[in-house]
Design a protein around this ligand. Structure first.
Ligand SMILES: C[S@@+](CC[C@H](N)C(=O)[O-])C[C@H]1O[C@@H](n2cnc3c(N)ncnc32)[C@H](O)[C@@H]1O
Length: 281
């Protein structure tokens, strides 16, 4: 667990430093390739959305989806972004919840927090706070958040059950979980899964889609949905895998359509209204 965290922290610390000095945002597969950008992190946001953000915040995007597009944020709500990186989803959320709402970003990597705070300053966002901490131990009280978002981070955790329990804990009754992440669809042999995960840039590993849903239910969530929206093709990963010494043509039938970016939605049930003396006790 600690090893995974240290490797992830180092990798994203370096990515943040590259970004701060105007370098490439690619830190997964595409970092090893010429010619940014990779099929995972590219074309995730509408120009209409990103147009209002500082360019540096948009370039710092390292996600695999757009959780703010599925979260239906309302003015006055409190949002928490798990693994907020350079802050793009926090800044977009802050605009949607407005001055009466609040957007928190949580990240464990100092260099990413520095980059995010600089992007916040550039954006002039006052309803934003970036917190240092881990998604396995969220530094916020119980029942304090309306919406938990996250973009390509839960796959990096070595203890996903704890992360999902923490997300459930901080959500208010009726609160929403709206996350983008890379998932695996069905069975994939372990060594092949590992090669693809290296391509995607995952360290700890993506969850199988049914397993993700089961873990959410086990953490207490209801209305769980896992919706793959960008399915990866072997040709997306061909150059990276070939460079890593993998026989891509042997791998192809086992990998094609098995890895995807997905929208993952769930809800913490609303508190039951009081119905009599016993349930009020
Ligand atoms: C793939 S980047 C995604 C960043 C951001 N969500 C985005 O869409 O641009 C992963 C981020 O999650 C952070 N991270 C990874 N594991 C974490 C953990 N266990 N606790 C807190 N932050 C973590 C990293 O420091 C990094 O900033």
């Amino acid at each position: 667990m600690q090893d995974i965290k240290e490797i992830v922290r180092e990798k994203y610390g370096q990515a943040a430093l590259r970004l701060s000095s105007g370098g490439s945002s690619c830190c997964g597969a595409a970092a090893a390739l010429d010619g940014c950008c990779d099929p995972i992190t590219s074309n995730l946001y509408d120009a209409g959305q990103t147009g209002s953000l500082p360019e540096a915040a948009v370039l710092a995007s390292l996600g695999c989806g757009n959780p703010t597009a599925l979260a239906e944020l309302k003015p006055g709500e409190t949002v928490l972004d798990l693994g907020s990186g350079g802050g793009i989803d926090v800044l977009l959320s802050a605009k949607r919840v407005g001055p009466t709402g609040k957007a928190y970003g949580l990240d464990m990597t100092d260099e990413m927090l520095a980059l995010a705070r600089e992007n916040q300053r550039r954006a002039g966002a006052t309803n934003v706070e970036f917190l240092k901490g881990t998604i396995e131990s969220i530094p916020l009280p119980d029942n304090s958040v309306d919406v938990v978002i996250s973009n390509c981070v839960i796959n990096l955790s070595g203890d996903k059950d704890v992360v999902l329990r923490e997300a459930f804990r901080v959500l208010r009754p009726g609160g929403r979980f709206a996350v983008s992440d890379v998932i695996v669809r069905g069975e994939v042999p372990a060594d092949i899964r590992r090669s693809m995960e290296l391509w995607v840039g995952c360290i700890a590993g993506a969850l199988e889609e049914k397993e993700f849903a089961a873990k959410l239910r086990a953490a207490g969530f209801t209305d769980v949905e896992v919706e793959p929206w960008r399915v990866y093709k072997i040709d997306d990963a061909r150059a990276f895998l070939t460079e890593s010494g993998v026989d891509v043509d042997r791998l192809a039938p086992l990998v094609e359509d098995k890895f995807a970016s997905a929208f993952i939605r769930a809800r913490k049930a609303a508190a039951k209204s009081c119905c009599g003396p016993e349930c009020c006790a």
